[in-house]
Design a protein around this ligand. Sequence first.
Ligand SMILES: Nc1nc2c(ncn2[C@@H]2O[C@H](COP(=O)(O)OP(=O)(O)OP(=O)(O)O)[C@@H](O)[C@H]2O)c(=O)[nH]1
Ligand SMILES: C[C@H](OP(=O)(O)O)C(=O)O
Length: 218
Amino acid sequence: MEVIVPFSTDRPKSRLSDALSPDERSAFARAMLDDVLDAVAAAGGEPRVLATDAVDVDRPVTVDDRPLTAAVNAALDARLGADGDERDADGPPEPVAVVMADLALATPDAVERLFAAGRDADVAVAPGRGGGTNAFVASHPEFRVDYHGASYLDHRDIAAEVGASFAAVDSHRLGTDVDEPDDLAEVLIHGEGRAAAWLREAGFALDASEGRVAVVRE
Ligand SMILES: Nc1nc2c(ncn2[C@@H]2O[C@H](COP(=O)(O)OP(=O)(O)OP(=O)(O)O)[C@@H](O)[C@H]2O)c(=O)[nH]1
Ligand SMILES: C[C@H](OP(=O)(O)O)C(=O)O
């Protein structure tokens, strides 16, 4: 299955600016991207980076500088839609997945569970904490995205509007997108890849001294 991995090269992860400098945010975002690409490939997916600008990765890349929703919908048009010219118009569309590049806890098992849900439903979504859409698989020709805000709810509604069956994918690993400084604790607790290693090398450690576990930088 082709798996589109959106990646913003332009000032990535701005909500981490209290914890990381611009260069550090770029390096950390890149470490998370590499973790996601490896997890997708190990789960049997074929990752393709959908980037706002050129990015030096050892995977196929599409550069599209439009905003996220427009770029992803253009990719879905090509793979699912009636207007698409890349797919075989004789059969139903092959499923396509979209997995965000900031899922630092993604593992092959978690991605396989997403793929499995996409075999049982026309649209299967792994929501993020806070109501976003961290990953989905779609095989319905009319499903399109509308990101930002409570996009999980919007995508559930869009699936209903086009008559697509819908499933939620209950996954802690896919549900944890790394947006804000508190999310770094999740990476240190559960991460197994480059992003967790990058944080440790940058001096981050867990601080369990009071309340919810947080991170401190040595
Ligand atoms: N291709 C593409 N990917 C994007 C765009 N904006 C965000 N992304 C990617 O989409 C995923 C979710 O991004 P967000 O968490 O909403 O935004 P972000 O830019 O990573 O971080 P913030 O600046 O803190 O909002 C990440 O993998 C981003 O790299 C965009 O305009 N185009
Ligand atoms: C892309 C967006 O991500 P968030 O802004 O929730 O991190 C969404 O999931 O709709």
